[in-house]
Design a protein around this ligand. Structure first.
Ligand code: BTN
Length: 249
């Protein structure tokens, strides 16, 4: 199957996810909506996503449903990593469950996938992707968690148009892999996830805190952890931090 890479460039929007959801019916399958800045960018767990100019704010429209919604998020994080492989040699980035991209212990990119309902049924998924590209050090300090940008890492500015074009190509690439061979998509994603066998602190949305060893990630993306007393748990979402002395690289 061939797909034409299709990008819709916007200057400023509230959120590319909101825009893509509002225009879902008129946007084609596999279109990437890109904005220079967002006035109301949002992230996982109801957090704000700081969205000044100089970064990538993009939302990928997926109308063909395959597997669990979690598979859609895998498409996004794999696509970001592939762009980094092309543009930033030796970047050292990795996927931190569920779908953040980290360099060392700092966040470079996040993914927020949201379902679109029609007549009460899931009609598609919007995958929102934020990547800190040309954000200078002083702006990074305004983010409420340890963050980095490609500029901070390499001291070089990256052409955002080229980044977005590559992102659209890789998103469609992994989307097609997912539609045709979900298991392959999962194994590509799992290979980039460096927390299996590490000790982490996990905070699921229910407010509990676990310090545990990551045993595995299940086929539907759930994190399987084991506490020191041997108790096993499985979580579909939450915040993971590697415990001191555990690096992701
Ligand atoms: C996270 O919390 O890590 C996910 C952040 C996702 C941010 C992106 S930026 C483009 C799209 N529009 C939004 O409002 N959010 C996503």
């Amino acid at each position: 199957m061939q797909r034409e890479t299709n990008i819709l460039n916007l200057e400023s929007v509230d959120s590319t996810n909101t825009y893509a959801a509002d225009h879902f019916d008129s946007l084609g399958d596999g279109v990437l909506v890109v904005a220079e800045t967002q006035t109301s960018g949002h992230g996982r767990l109801g957090r704000k996503w700081h969205s000044p100019r100089g970064n990538i704010y993009a939302s990928f429209v997926m109308k063909e449903l395959f597997g669990e919604p979690f598979h859609a998020t895998m498409v996004s994080s794999l696509a970001v990593l592939s762009v980094l492989n092309d543009l930033v040699p030796g970047h050292g980035a990795y996927i931190k469950w569920p779908n953040d991209i980290f360099i060392g212990d700092r966040k470079l990119s996040g993914v927020l996938c949201e379902g679109v309902l029609r007549a009460g049924t899931l009609a598609g998924i919007i995958c929102g992707i934020g990547v800190n590209v040309n954000l200078p050090e002083e702006e990074l300090n305004r983010i409420g968690q340890p963050a980095t940008s490609l500029l901070a890492q390499t001291k070089c500015k990256i052409n955002l148009k080229i980044f977005a074009e590559k992102l659209a190509v890789y998103l469609n690439w992994y989307y097609i892999i997912g539609i045709n061979d979900r298991e392959r998509l999962f194994s590509l994603w799992k290979r980039e996830n460096r927390i299996i066998g590490r000790h982490v602190m996990l905070q699921p949305p229910n407010g509990a805190v676990y310090e545990a060893l990551v045993r595995d990630i299940s086929e539907d993306g759930k994190l399987q952890i084991e506490e020191a007393n041997g108790t096993l748990h499985e979580f579909a979402c939450g915040d993971v931090k590697l415990l001191p002395g555990q690096t992701g690289a």
